[in-house]
Design a protein around this ligand. Structure first.
Ligand SMILES: O=C(NCC(=O)N1CCC[C@H]1C(=O)O)OCc1ccccc1
Length: 706
């Protein structure tokens, strides 16, 4: 008998498209409509199979309790100072959303300034993007519902804590940047988008425009200040540190932007389109505004510098032959970010073999003043503005939850001091070890991988392992403190591994390019070779190995179970991009062609079709089977719409689900009132992690350590 009875899903063989002369059928096209009864019934029927399976895990309550207990520790962001007050995000432990606290000095009693938990019953309204006015008197803050990318912007008076009546709608992929007269700010919106805009819709967002909102007025009276002809442009904007310029960084995909500047001094009152001056007019590199001194503007760029450098562009004389290199490209380390501080200094953060370094430099000539001592791990960011004489920065690693450092530049010696160190219940880091190894991928490229497990682990191939990867969009996947991974390690006596596969930014633009377009298979190879490394070196074995990835990492997981199904025991594919021929048709998908290419292009169709997960499901050779596979998605994911996962599970059930040798479960978990992940309430995060671990425990029959 078949171990699992999967729901029936109508298959419409009449739906076919022709790409570059190749006919491709799309039998589950009807599942692309989230509002049809058929899709809703499909979703309910799938959850009705998955939920009982997960609930049949005998350790569900124990796993849930262990995650909840370990999760329940106070979390603090590094503080930031605005208008003479200090603000800090805090979570007492299990709050669904972190709360903004305010205090007049660092040693005062902190008061609640903004508590998003009061904005919904179930914690599904989250803070997403916020910015104080220059004088710190007003906070503009974005609210997301059910994890959607759509925001509503509201305003809070910092003196009274009361909200203004203003509310701005249809905001998405938007900067929030104030003019220094504190009466208004710039934001991006899709005011012309018709139909639903609650994040459950799938239609493309196009024609974003930049508006100026004056505090105390209606959105209907907002001024359209910048627009571009290309409907796919998203308009990055940043009022300069001096307040004179509006720096525009329009972008189409997820790579390479333009630079324009609007001189706000030229307008007495903003009441119509701003005149924009061209600074960079070709989509050939990334340019990020750092700060400026008069018309001399510093940008972080990868133009002629794959590991990034800092250049000075004179806004009055922007031709490239006049650019000056302020901080040249480092031959190996990636210039990850830079921030001005103390009026005449720059803080620069590098990535060196996937670990961060932090140094202080002179703003005028880029010369290094000193290195801040950093343990092996990750700098999570810093707070401090150009004219501040104090900064805070955060550190974490696999075994260090969070340390916040403070630097006071008014002191004679510039020395970071520990401002706050987080402890986690009875977690004892001394019981674990984390290390970095380098393994050879299929083409001989050396790939870094972090491995974390308890000390004195026997390497006998018997341990369960969880291998995580992403591999795209110039994203660096760095060491972070994750309760879920520590629960995996101590509940199953397991190993956590993080592979820094190509497509990311770990070694700059070259690493990113090595995983783009026709090179995408390198990413999958790197991940499969990471698995082989763990098996060959007796950390684990295939039937104990789970691979996990989300979004672009979900694509990675799905492509790998299609290509090497026998290599893994289980696969967790979260909010994956799985239909590579149609992904660009929904919400912001068209922006990802900068990594993937597009099936509208005949050449790009060829390599997309070769690895597209939805189109490459096939019976494994010599009667093998697919690993235990759990797809996860959510009804308000408008970053990667759920249709990818719905069509993939339907095709997987059709092609594989009924094979006699397919004993492993092939399932999907569709969450309601949830999105791509950002802003998900703690309660839902813990529920989801519990279900994932139950699925893995049950499917691989893992021993659970009380
Ligand atoms: O689409 C992306 N980024 C790429 C992205 O989200 N991707 C790329 C592939 C699938 C998915 C992921 O991996 O998360 O960002 C859009 C955006 C959001 C907010 C502000 C500006 C712009």
């Amino acid at each position: 008998t078949m171990p699992f009875k999967y729901p029936f899903a109508r298959r419409d063989e009449s739906i076919k498209d022709v790409y570059n002369g190749v006919e491709v059928s799309d039998p589950y096209r009807y599942l692309e409509d989230p509002d049809s009864d058929e899709t809703k019934e499909f979703v309910d029927a799938q959850n009705a199979v998955t939920t009982p399976y997960i609930n049949s895990c005998p350790y569900k309550e124990l796993i849930n309790k262990r995650i909840t207990d370990l999760w329940n520790y106070p979390k603090y962001s590094y503080p930031f100072q605005r208008g003479g007050r200090y603000y800090q995000l805090r979570n007492s432990g299990l709050q669904n959303q972190s709360v903004i606290y305010v205090q007049n000095t660092l040693h005062d009693e902190a008061q609640v300034f903004l508590d998003p938990n009061t904005l919904s019953e179930d914690g599904t309204v989250s803070l997403s993007g916020s910015e104080f006015s220059k004088n710190g008197k007003t906070l503009a803050y974005g609210l997301s519902k059910s994890g959607s990318d759509w925001l509503e912007i509201k305003f809070r008076n910092a003196d009274t804590g009361d909200d203004y009546p203003d509310i701005l709608k249809k905001v998405k992929y938007s900067p929030i940047t104030w003019t220094h007269d504190n009466i208004g700010f710039f934001y991006g919106a899709y005011l012309n988008q018709q139909g639903k805009t609650d994040g459950s819709e799938t239609n493309q967002s196009e024609n974003q425009k930049l508006y100026y909102h004056r505090l105390g007025t209606d959105q209907a009276d907002d001024i359209l200040v910048v627009e571009f002809d290309n409907p796919q442009i998203r308009i990055g904007a940043h009022v300069s540190d001096c307040g004179r310029y509006l720096i525009l960084t329009p972008v189409i995909g997820c790579k390479n932007n333009l630079v324009y500047v609007c001189d706000l001094q030229e307008v007495t009152e903003i009441k119509t389109l701003l005149k924009k001056k061209e600074i960079v007019t070709e989509f050939k590199a990334d340019y990020e505004y750092i700060t400026n001194s008069g018309s001399r503007c510093i940008f972080r760029t990868n133009k002629d510098a794959p590991n990034y450098r800092l250049v000075v562009i004179d806004l009055n004389n922007p031709n490239e032959e006049n650019w000056e290199t302020l901080v040249p490209e480092h031959p190996k380390d990636v210039l990850d970010w830079a921030n001005p501080i103390n009026n005449n200094c720059l803080v620069i953060c590098y990535l060196q073999d996937v670990k961060n370094t932090l140094s202080l430099h002179k703003l005028e000539n880029g010369e290094k003043i000193l290195d801040f001592p950093v343990e092996l791990g990750t700098i999570t960011g810093m707070s401090g503005e150009r004219d501040h004489t104090e900064m805070f920065y955060g550190f974490c690693s696999f075994l260090t939850p969070s340390i916040i450092f403070r630097v006071d530049f008014t002191q004679s010696e510039i020395k970071p001091e520990i401002f706050h160190e987080t402890k986690v219940g009875d977690f004892n880091p001394a019981m674990y070890e984390s290390k970095q190894v380098f393994y050879n991928s299929k083409d001989g490229t050396k790939i870094p991988m972090f491995i974390v497990h308890r000390k004195n682990l026997e390497y006998d191939g018997s341990k369960p392992a969880l291998l995580y990867g992403y591999g795209g969009f110039n994203i660096n996947v760095q060491p972070s403190f994750a309760i879920s991974r520590l629960v995996f390690i101590n509940s199953f006596d397991g190993i956590f591994a993080l592979a820094n596969i190509r497509g990311g930014g770990e070694y700059g633009e070259n690493w990113h390019n090595a995983g783009r377009f026709e090179n995408k298979q390198n990413v999958f190879d790197d991940f499969q070779y990471a698995a082989q490394y763990l098996i060959k070196n007796k950390y684990t074995s295939s039937n104990k190995l789970t691979i996990q990835g989300g979004s672009n990492g979900g694509l990675l997981v799905a492509a790998c179970i299609n290509q090497t199904p026998e290599l893994f025991g289980a696969a967790i594919c979260q909010v994956g991009v799985l239909d590579m021929l149609r992904y660009h048709k929904f919400t912001i998908g068209y922006a990802w062609t900068s990594d993937y290419g597009c099936s509208d292009n005949d050449e790009q169709f060829k390599y997309l079709y070769k690895y597209s997960p939805l189109h490459n499901i096939k019976e494994p050779s010599n009667k093998g089977q697919y690993p235990a596979t759990l797809l996860l998605t959510a009804d308000h994911d408008d970053r990667v719409v759920p249709l990818h996962s719905l069509k993939f599970i339907a095709e997987l059930h059709y092609k594989i689900g009924q094979l006699p040798q397919q004993k492993n479960p092939l399932m999907i978990r569709i969450e309601t009132r949830a999105g791509h992940g950002a802003g998900k309430p703690t309660s839902k995060v813990i529920e989801e992690l519990t279900d994932i671990f139950c699925f893995i425990q049950k499917s691989l029959n893992l021993k659970f350590y009380e």
